[in-house]
Ligand binder design. Structure first.
Ligand code: SAM
Length: 277
């Protein structure tokens, strides 16, 4: 008997229509659906007239349920994993289950769909060629500031999930650590009635959110513009030299040598190289 397949099924992040035909088919055809919160998932299933049996798999019973699910798969039954909203494993349970299934040679099949981070990113108007997904910002000020300081020079666009209870504190820390001019996008209640996407320099975004309690409600994603090196301060000769050296050497080494020759900042050259060469 061949083993069953584990389907990782993305579900809507608000608007129930944001689910793929394939996801609906799979949810209707598998033997069992493993859901983070069965009451929540049953609302979705009812909407699509799906009557597949659901079992709860959450942080508190994950290990025990994981063993049962793995046995179910070995018994030849197909399982779909869903979370409360969006793509499982993206700040949601499922990682250990997937690792174990992979290790046992069980087939894991992704059924792609909604993900708040990607939905926010594609409407934010910030560079999407490189981005760094960071999950939730730490809840405590010290941890949050450490995290933001560590990302200060990050040239890629940075994506965070944020809780409405912490949005003001987080924006204050973003202003303090990254400066009030850094562009930040607040993407709130995506795909829902009060969907709001606002892009402003950090200081102005903080003032706007502070002045309107509605902006402190609901589900939200914060997207922060990457660190921009000021290439205009770098002499053209230095940029030309960097380009020549970069063809022969790792960027770090090429930037260090160019910085030595022209007496300019190594980090600015390195950032320029990452972004433009
Ligand atoms: N797995 C989900 C995904 O694929 O996006 C994320 C789960 S995480 C536990 C929940 C967080 O995602 C929320 O606190 C919020 O930061 C973000 N989120 C989920 N739905 C959202 C929405 N409709 N609009 C904005 N952010 C959302």
């Amino acid at each position: 008997m061949s083993s069953g397949r584990l389907f990782i099924v993305a579900t809507p992040i608000g608007n129930l229509s944001d689910i793929t035909y394939r996801a609906v088919e799979v949810l209707g055809e598998v033997d069992v659906i493993a859901a983070e919160d069965t009451r929540n998932t049953k609302r979705l299933l009812q909407h699509y007239n799906i009557s597949t049996h659901c079992v709860a798999v959450h942080d508190h019973n994950e290990q025990q349920k994981r063993q049962w699910l793995e046995q179910t798969l070995r018994d030849g039954k197909d399982v779909a994993l869903v979370s409360d909203a969006g793509t499982p494993l993206i700040n949601d349970p499922g990682y250990h289950l997937v690792v174990h299934c992979q290790a046992e040679g069980l087939q894991v099949v992704p059924i792609p769909g909604a993900c708040a981070a990607i939905a926010a990113l594609c409407a934010a108007g910030l560079p999407t060629d490189r981005f760094s997904y960071q999950g939730f910002l730490p809840a405590k000020t010290k941890g949050r500031q450490d995290k933001l300081n560590a990302l200060k020079q990050e040239p890629a666009t940075v994506v965070f999930y944020e809780s409405p209870h912490r949005i003001l504190d987080s924006l204050k820390d973003i202003v303090a650590c990254l400066g009030e001019a850094r562009r930040v996008v607040l993407a709130r209640e995506l795909t829902k009635t009060f969907e709001t996407i606002r892009s402003l320099p950090a200081g102005e975004l903080l003032e706007w959110v502070q002045s309107d309690a509605n902006q402190q409600r609901g589900e939200m994603v914060l997207i922060i513009e990457g660190h921009k090196s000021d290439a205009s301060e770098l002499p053209q000769q230095a940029l030309d030299t960097l380009k020549v050296l970069k063809a022969e050497l790792p960027l770090k080494k090429a930037a260090a040598l160019t910085a030595q020759i022209y007496g300019v900042k190594k980090n600015a050259l390195y950032d320029y190289g990452l972004n433009h060469l």
